[in-house]
Design a binder for this molecule. Structure first.
Ligand code: GTP
Length: 320
């Protein structure tokens, strides 16, 4: 059963969810929803209450805990579950524990988690992509446009992280894409960084009408590389997205952005408009293709590096 804990300016919400990333991982743990109206301080209070259980493919289990805003998992498996974006935003607007209680009673938490699990077959590939970039560049709008095909011109700032799932077929693969939208504002840094780990691709996002958001791309890449604990940052798939293409006053030229991508790892670059849907699907699909290409390469490496341990009979052997 979901448990509701909370009061004052904060609420911690637990629910049980089950996720798969076939064939690599198996997860079973509680999701934690942290809503913080004014500051991040209350997260410390949440430490004692947050318990997460994880299970790895070999059946090991471990505990996870929140410490100073960082979620740590004993076997290093990244946390993947979080509440859906729309409830999160509505909770922000209404901001009441009573509302959360109603949500719990009429909750789709179980049906939601069950439906995710139900749609995952052994042939599904679960991919996690994460959107990073300055506050206001349009990360939530890109996610919402891609998943729900809707645009809201009066969005609230994201607090912490949110995710939405989208199922699709790409090049014959059944994909369950989990898109994580993070808070771009600096004050939410400690709420977003624990969720970087386990990402398969990172969309570095800026707004073409905001030069500073473009100049901050290097900062976002660095922050992601550090907190995601990337073993091989040079081969990790980043996709760069210049959003708000529909806006007339542009501060960042396409050539400037492409040059940055060339000089900083050869990342693909897309100019998008979440408002009129230009190129949004192309950017996410490129992310998926980059991940799948990397997985294919890994598979090839595994095959070509296989050592045959079968004992060969050597006719000329003189060994006793
Ligand atoms: N014109 C235009 N406005 C956009 C576009 N994308 C987002 N916006 C608007 O820009 C504002 C910020 O958008 P969000 O999607 O909340 O930005 P965000 O990057 O998620 O911001 P944080 O949650 O603070 O990190 C909202 O008012 C959106 O309606 C776009 O493509 N074109």
């Amino acid at each position: 059963m979901p448990v509701l804990l909370g009061g004052g300016s904060w609420v911690v919400f637990h629910s049980h969810m089950r996720m798969y990333r076939s064939p690599k991982y198996f997860f079973s743990f509680n999701s934690v929803h942290i809503k913080d109206k004014d500051s991040c301080e209350s997260l410390h209070n949440a430490n004692a209450m947050s318990t997460i259980t994880e299970r790895t493919p070999d059946g090991r289990t471990g505990d996870a805990s929140l410490q100073d805003g960082h979620m740590s998992l004993s076997s290093g498996v990244p946390p993947l579950c979080y509440r859906g974006a729309e409830e999160h935003r509505r909770a922000d607007r209404q901001g009441s524990v009573a509302w959360m209680k109603r949500l719990e009673e009429s909750s789709n938490l179980h049906s939601n988690s069950e439906s995710i699990a139900a749609t995952m077959t052994s042939k599904s590939t679960f991919l996690k992509v994460i959107l990073l970039g300055d506050g206001g560049v349009g990360k939530s709008s890109l996610m919402n446009r891609y998943v729900t095909n809707k645009f809201n011109s009066h969005l609230f700032h994201t607090i912490g992280v949110e995710f939405l799932n989208k199922e699709l077929e790409v090049d014959g693969h059944h994909i369950v894409l989990q898109i994580w939208d993070t808070a771009g504002q600096e004050r939410f840094r400690s709420l977003r960084t624990p969720f970087y780990r386990g990402s398969d691709c990172c969309l570095l996002t800026f707004s073409i009408e905001d030069g500073q958001s473009f100049r901050n791309l290097a900062h976002w890449k660095k922050e992601f590389t550090y907190y995601a604990d990337l073993k091989d940052p040079d081969s990790f798939p980043f996709v760069v997205v210049g959003n708000k293409l529909d806006v007339a006053e542009r501060q960042v030229s396409g050539e400037e952005a492409r040059r940055w991508c060339r000089e900083n790892g050869g990342h693909p670059y897309f100019e998008t408009s979440a408002k009129d849907a230009t190129n949004v699907a192309s950017a996410f699909e490129e992310a998926i293709r980059r991940i799948l290409a990397l997985d294919d390469r890994d598979d090839d490496l595994i095959h070509t590096n296989t050592v045959n341990l079968e004992r060969k009979t050597r006719p000329d052997s003189t060994c006793c």
